[in-house]
Structures are given as structure tokens and as C-alpha cells.
Design a protein around this ligand. Structure first.
Ligand code: NAD
Length: 255
């Protein structure tokens, strides 16, 4: 009997990185999984790995910035698997890096639309199914950039701070309907997002700042997501959790 036997989960941003690893772990623990992303080839690879592990999933091309697509994502998952118990709102982009005066409205709007409005859209689409069941878990991916600032990433930082606030408000509004909502704040995780954005000297700089001395694998984040979404975390609610190797612990690292 797996942690999620008989449960149905949706993972957004399931075509790679943290989302793919989490989707695989949900399936390995017995959940049937709706895989949502804009990357069709990446979704197919995640679905293949789930099938190889003996799990069950459906792939749904979904732009989380589009509220109708999010409604469709939930409807297709419920039509395939009968209900919805868990949603991991994880899709996100970092956006182009620039100081505020060099940040265009287009870039601001795009990052906010995917990283913040996307979480709102998916949450709003998922909640009626969870309310109908009288239970549910929502895990949102924020970031350490949802807790502190980060130069050259103003739309990302604003969106991720928004996700932490939305997480708390979701918990306030829906806990009495049996629904928990929590957020994770990853630090430096080695995925396509960071591999594409960071030069080697920046990677070295991060590793030097992180008390554990390295970035995390996506699987290390997925391990935490799985636990938070499970009944083992039944009293975790409205809370925001760093998973950052100690990055935000403070200053004065002794090496
Ligand atoms: N990698 C890190 O260091 C790090 C740190 C903190 C937070 N995060 C957050 O973790 C989440 C996952 O990122 P990752 O590191 O696994 O990166 P990733 O690039 O590997 O995965 C992000 C996924 O989101 C998908 N996506 C992008 N726009 C989308 C849209 N409009 N609709 C649906 N899907 C979309 C991408 O196709 C991709 O598959 C993001 O929210 C990111 O902000 C990452």
C-alpha cells in the first residue's frame, strides 16, 4: 500500500526538473497523475518514466497562465481518474534577468502570469473538486525568492512572494472544507532553469554561499513535496517551507 494508493494528483511543470521528479514519485507511491505542462516532448518523457515504473498518468498540454486551460486540465484529470485529491502547483519560469529600470512590462507581465496568476488559476480550478470530496492538498512552489529579495529578478521575486501570500489565504479560506495548502521555497536546485540561467562562476558563487556547499537534485525537493502532500503531514497547513541547504540561515559561514 503506497502513500497515495487510491489518490489522484495533478503536477504542473511536469515536463522536467522538480515537477517531473515529483510526478514520478507521486506515481511510485500509488497516485494516478495528471501531468500538465506546455512542453509536449518533456511530458511524454515523464509519462514514459511513470509507465516504466508501473504507474499511471495522463498528459495534458496546459499553459497555466490561461484560466480556461487550467479548468480543462482539472476536467480531463477527473474524467480520466474520477476525482482530484492533490495539486502540486509547480510550473514556473525565471524570466530574463535585469535591474528594474531595464525590465520591460512584457517581461513583468509574463513572469507574473505564469508564476503567480498560474498558481491562482490552477488553485481556483482544483478547489471545487476538492470541496466536493471534503478533502484535498495543495502544494505550491514558491522559492527562497519568495522570502528575500534577489537582484535582477524583480518580477520573479514579486511573483514568488505573491505565491506565499496566496498559500496562506488558500489555507484560511478552505481548511474548514478539509483542504490543506502549503508552499515550498527551494534554494538552488540543479534543473534546466538554473542550468540555462547561471554561468559557472555564479554556480560556484551559490555553492560557496550554501552551508551544504551544493545545489539540490530535483529528487531531494520531490521527497519533501511527497511528504507534505501525504497524510503524514496532516497538520502542515498555511505554512511556507525553505528547502535550501541552509542558504537563508544567515551570515558568517565557517568553512
Ligand atoms: N531550480 C531552482 O533553483 C528553483 C529554485 C526555487 C524555485 N524554483 C521553482 O521550481 C519550479 C520548477 O522549476 P524547475 O527548477 O524544475 O525548472 P524547469 O525549467 O526544469 O521546470 C519548469 C517547468 O515549467 C514548465 N512551464 C513553464 N511555463 C509554463 C506554463 N506557462 N504552463 C505550464 N508549464 C510551464 C516548463 O516547461 C518546465 O517543464 C518553478 O516554479 C521554479 O520557479 C526553482
Amino acid at each position: 500500500m503506497g502513500l497515495f494508493t487510491g489518490k489522484v494528483a495533478i503536477v504542473t511543470g511536469a515536463a522536467g526538473g522538480i515537477g517531473r521528479e515529483s510526478a514520478i514519485q507521486f506515481a511510485q507511491n500509488g497516485a494516478k497523475v495528471g501531468l500538465a505542462d506546455i512542453n509536449e516532448a518533456g511530458l511524454a518523457e515523464t509519462a514514459k518514466r511513470i509507465a516504466e515504473a508501473g504507474g499511471e498518468s495522463i498528459s495534458i498540454m496546459t499553459n497555466v497562465a490561461d484560466s480556461k486551460a487550467c479548468d480543462d486540465m482539472v476536467a480531463k484529470t477527473v474524467s480520466a481518474f474520477g476525482k482530484l485529491d492533490i495539486i502540486f502547483n509547480n510550473a514556473g519560469i525565471s524570466g530574463d534577468r535585469a535591474v528594474i529600470t531595464d525590465t520591460s512590462n512584457d517581461m513583468w507581465d509574463k513572469v507574473i502570469a505564469i508564476n503567480l496568476t498560474g498558481v491562482f488559476n490552477c488553485t481556483r480550478s482544483a478547489l471545487p473538486e476538492m470541496v466536493k470530496n471534503g478533502s484535498g492538498v495543495i502544494v505550491n512552489t514558491a522559492s527562497v525568492d519568495g522570502l528575500v529579495g534577489m537582484g535582477t529578478l524583480s518580477p520573479y521575486v514579486a511573483a514568488k512572494h505573491g505565491v506565499t501570500g496566496l498559500t496562506k489565504t488558500t489555507a484560511l479560506e478552505y481548511s474548514r472544507k478539509g483542504i490543506r495548502c502549503v508552499a515550498i521555497c527551494p534554494g538552488y536546485i540543479v534543473t534546466d532553469m538554473t542550468n540555462n540561467a547561471l554561468a559557472q562562476e555564479e554556480v560556484d558563487g551559490f555553492n560557496a554561499m550554501i552551508p551544504l556547499g551544493r545545489g539540490a537534485t530535483p529528487a531531494e525537493v520531490a521527497n519533501f513535496v511527497i511528504w507534505l502532500a501525504s497524510d503524514q503531514a496532516s497538520y502542515m497547513n498555511g505554512s511556507v517551507h525553505q528547502i535550501d541547504g541552509g542558504l537563508l540561515s544567515g551570515m558568517g559561514l565557517i568553512t
